[in-house]
Design a protein around this ligand. Structure first.
Ligand SMILES: Cc1ncc(COP(=O)(O)O)c(C=O)c1O
Length: 419
């Protein structure tokens, strides 16, 4: 039996998918689980996108296509980002991909050599570390703080550039999963000023570009010189409810985009043409529907934040963007002697025989997430309210918490969280 590589053995995956598997198993056994663990849209695929995809399949647009993307897709995506973010791109600046996630890997393969330093803001999307490790990069962590609205700390960026033996790249995600933090235009200007004309590449992960609840979305690509240094990744998973279609694209200079396309050629060949044509229809004809749906998410986020803040020991910011809320539950954890992901799993498995709430501990997104929970808003308003009520009651059942910890000792809180 061949031994697995050190890299493969070291990979940590997205905990959301593990919790989802547990939640679905409990549901199949008859438990009423309110699912707030996964960042998926509860809406069906955007209407015109679905129709265009079906038509394209009927027309047998189901064969190989160019690795970089169909010309009509690249043109539509370029027009879309120009319209939405005031960029001045052409189709030459666009490369298609299977969602946003794959661009983490392509970015690292394009820019990193073993030993290069990569600044990552923590908490972070859990697939950043394995993609950085894939190229032998080193993570340099900067903590995002609730007191700073979870915005990136530019002093840390300066320190990284000055102190790291070989600084090479920065991962930025705004609006941010899991905290909902949004980098301001000043933050992006400051960041661009720090890296401009240096051998530093910026990965700007922008899946939540349409979920900004204060002001509007800004991409670092709009900053002077950033088209050459920044690769911004967009997806149809969130805005157009197309997570299972696996469609996204990246925007960067024509030279960078050409390199990403070369790597796509070597790994994926191409993205299915019928999927790209569904995406074209979404960007051209489904934006009004998109905006209505985003307004619904905003209402759900406000509802969840308001309800959570009623619970003693819970403190939750109204996120600047995304459909996640990220309350501090440090006081509750300290009181119960349970780690935050332990609390999340207790709500799902231990608090009640017949009902449960699925969510994630902040530490599933890195050390800085300890003491927080992440809830997504992908259920009905009534179910969101029910989830918060369930949470409020569950944390009063101290004997059940103790029994859960008896069975799951690894969730015991080792030392109290700072409050
Ligand atoms: C920050 C972040 N990056 C990337 C992704 C991946 O999205 P996609 O479905 O487009 O691959 C997600 C999805 O949850 C995300 O939250």
């Amino acid at each position: 039996m061949p031994r697995f590589s050190d890299f493969a053995s070291s990979v940590q995956t997205e905990t959301a998918f593990d919790v989802l598997a547990t939640a679905r198993k409990l549901k199949a056994e008859g438990k009423d689980v309110i699912e707030l663990e996964i960042g998926d849209s509860p809406f069906p695929t955007a209407t015109n996108a679905a129709a265009a995809g079906i038509k394209a399949i009927e027309e047998d647009l189901c064969h190989y296509g160019p690795s970089i993307g169909l010309p009509e897709f690249r043109t539509a995506a370029s027009e879309y980002v120009n319209r939405e973010y005031g960029l001045q791109t052409t189709a030459e600046n666009i490369v298609v991909g299977p969602g946003a996630k794959t661009f983490e890997q392509l970015f690292c393969e394009t820019f990193l050599n073993p030993g290069d330093g990569v600044l990552v803001f923590s908490p972070y999307f859990p697939t950043y570390p394995p993609n950085i490790a894939r190229r032998g990069g080193r993570m340099w962590i900067s903590d995002l703080k609730q007191a700073n609205d979870f915005r990136p700390n530019l002093e840390d960026v300066e320190r990284f550039l000055a102190d790291d033996p070989h600084p090479k790249a920065i991962f930025l995600n705004s609006p941010h999963n899991p905290t909902g933090g949004v980098a301001t235009e000043e933050d992006l200007r400051g960041l661009a000023d720090l890296i401009r004309d240096r051998d530093i590449a910026l990965f700007s992960d922008e899946p939540y570009d349409q979920m900004v609840w204060r002001g509007r979305h800004h991409s670092p690509l709009a900053q002077p010189g950033m088209m050459e240094q920044c690769m911004a990744a967009y997806t149809f998973s969130k805005s157009f409810s197309m997570s299972g279609w696996r469609l996204g694209f990246a925007v960067s200079s024509a030279e960078n985009v050409g390199m990403f396309a070369k790597l796509i050629n070597s790994a994926l060949s191409c993205i299915p043409p019928f999927v790209q044509l569904a995406g074209v229809a979404a960007m051209r004809s489904d934006c009004a529907e998109r905006d209505e749906r985003m307004a619904v998410f905003r209402g759900k986020v406000e509802l969840l934040v308001g309800a959570l803040n009623q619970i003693d020991g819970v403190s939750c910011l109204m996120p600047g963007g995304t459909f996640y809320v990220f309350p501090s539950v440090a006081e509750v954890c300290n009181r119960l002697g349970i780690a935050s992901h332990g609390l999340a799993m207790y709500l799902l498995e231990g608090a009640d025989e017949k009902a449960g709430v699925a969510c994630l501990g902040g530490e599933c997104f890195g050390e800085a997430g300890h003491g927080f929970l992440r809830f997504s808003c992908a259920e009905s308003d009534e179910r969101l309210q029910a989830a918060v009520q369930f949470f409020a009651e569950a944390i009063t059942r101290t004997e059940r918490v103790a029994a859960y910890l008896e069975q799951h000792g690894h969730f015991r809180l080792q030392s109290p969280y700072s409050v």
